[in-house]
Structures are given as structure tokens and as C-alpha cells.
Design a protein around this ligand. Structure first.
Ligand code: UDP
Length: 239
């Protein structure tokens, strides 16, 4: 697990967004994993997922507050959360500013349709090359199709770990582009689900709001967080 912590982006969210935009403009390739305790636990349990996280082409950002707090505890200089939903929102703005090619993959079809409508209304300069809902069986085929369209930005919203595994399997097919697994972000960006009120975000309690809204998340959350804290608290940053 130490190797995952060693790779975490320690910069401020604002600086990270600037760097991401810069790489977008330079037409570089960037695969972003937005990590929470579940992501790191998966990396300890699954060799392939561990390889994905450790790959030098993978950029890992601290999405969950659990990651940030544990970093604080064990001496990693991570500054703050860089949430997946904010990355997705920034990328839509960047895509509009720079007339970029965008591909969306994931979420329910009604969610995706609402998001497409929103993009149409608020980001008129985006070139939306493809949008496919996440309940199609042939997901690998969709990724191949997306790669052939040479998009500048690819947002995949299928949940952890499916979205990361899918992007990783096809990473070599992309000549450039910012590729990110964004979890439930389409639900929020489309307006189908509300993000936590600002006060929850400010107090680092967004996770509590999500569990209160969707109690079925509690088991998964508890299992991953307890194990994660137990395992990670044994690590100390190497100087
Ligand atoms: N999803 C999907 N296809 C699937 C399973 C899930 O498109 O086969 C979507 C789901 O509709 C939701 C997102 O993936 O929009 C997962 O959201 P969740 O909040 O559970 O993700 P997390 O950030 O917790 O991994």
C-alpha cells in the first residue's frame, strides 16, 4: 500500500487543475485515478489493480477524506481532497474553453441524456464525440470505439473498480487525452442527484451525506474504511 501513497498528488486542487489543463492543451495522455480507501484496499487485494495503480502512466489523486486524514496521520504531505466530481466539472469547463473533443461513458441512459442536454445548454463549444450509457454489455467495444475518435477528454462513470480497469485495458489505444474514472459524477452533474450541501463538504462530511442519502453504501464504506485505517496506520512515510 505504501507505493500507492508514494504516488499521491500532494499539490493543491487548484494547482492540479492547472496542470491538468496544461496537459490537455499539450495533447498529452493522462490517466487519473480518484482514490478513496476502497481504491487502495482493492490495490492490496488484487494484483492487476495493484499494477494499475503502480503504473507510471497512472496519476492518483486523493478524492476521499479518508485518504487525506490518513496521510496526515502517517506523514504524507497531501494538502487537500481533489474530488472526482470537481475534476469532471473542471474538464467540462476546459473542454468548452478550448473546443475540445469529449467522450462520456457510463451512468443510466436517462442520466446521460440529461447531462447531454446540460452540456448542450451550458457548454456550447464542447465537441461531444460520443456518449454511451453504462449498462451496455460490450464495454470494451465502446472503449475501442472511443479511442478511434481521438478524444481530448474521456470521462468514464461506471464505479470503482470497473471504470479504472476498463480505462487501463485500453490505455494503449489512446494517442492522447485526459482519461478519468468519475464514479457517480454524471448523476450529480446532470442534476439527477444532489451533491452534499457546501457545509458538509467544508466540514469533510460529504461521505456522511452520501451514506444518509443511500444507506446501502454503509456496509461497503465501513468494511473498506476500517480495514484501510488499520492497514495504513502501520505505515510511516520513508524520509
Ligand atoms: N454504473 C454504470 N453501469 C454499471 C454500474 C454502475 O453505468 O454497470 C454507474 C451508475 O449508474 C453510477 C456510477 O456508475 O452513475 C457509479 O456511481 P457510484 O456513486 O456508485 O460510484 P462510486 O463513486 O461510489 O464508485
Amino acid at each position: 500500500m505504501r507505493t500507492f501513497f508514494d504516488k499521491l498528488v500532494c499539490d493543491s486542487a487548484a494547482n492540479f487543475y492547472k496542470m491538468m489543463e496544461d496537459r490537455l492543451l499539450k495533447k498529452e495522455k493522462m490517466f487519473i485515478v480518484t482514490a478513496n480507501p476502497e481504491t487502495f484496499m482493492k490495490g492490496t487485494q488484487d494484483e492487476d489493480f495493484c499494477r494499475l495503480l503502480e503504473d507510471k502512466r497512472t496519476t492518483i489523486v486523493p478524492d476521499g477524506i479518508g485518504i487525506v486524514k490518513v496521510c496526515d496521520m502517517i506523514g504524507y504531505p497531501v494538502k487537500e481532497r481533489i474530488p472526482g466530481v470537481e475534476i469532471a466539472e473542471k474538464l467540462l469547463q476546459n473542454a468548452d474553453d478550448h473546443h475540445s473533443k469529449l467522450a462520456l461513458f457510463g451512468a443510466k441512459s436517462e442520466v446521460l441524456n440529461r447531462l447531454k442536454g446540460k452540456i448542450n445548454d451550458h457548454y456550447p463549444n464542447i465537441d461531444l464525440v460520443l456518449a454511451v450509457d453504462g449498462y451496455i454489455k460490450e464495454k470494451d467495444q465502446v472503449m475501442q470505439e472511443i479511442a478511434m475518435l481521438h478524444p481530448d477528454i474521456v470521462l468514464v462513470a461506471l464505479g470503482i473498480p470497473a471504470q479504472e480497469q476498463l480505462i487501463y485495458r485500453h490505455l494503449n489505444e489512446f494517442d492522447h487525452g485526459i482519461l478519468v474514472g468519475v464514479g457517480g459524477s454524471f448523476d450529480v452533474m446532470s442534476g439527477c442527484k444532489k451533491r452534499a450541501p457546501k457545509i458538509f463538504i467544508k466540514c469533510n462530511l460529504e461521505w456522511l451525506y452520501r451514506i444518509a442519502k443511500e444507506p446501502s453504501r454503509l456496509g461497503r464504506f465501513y468494511k473498506n474504511n476500517v480495514k484501510f485505517i488499520r492497514m495504513a496506520s502501520k505505515l510511516k512515510r520513508r524520509s
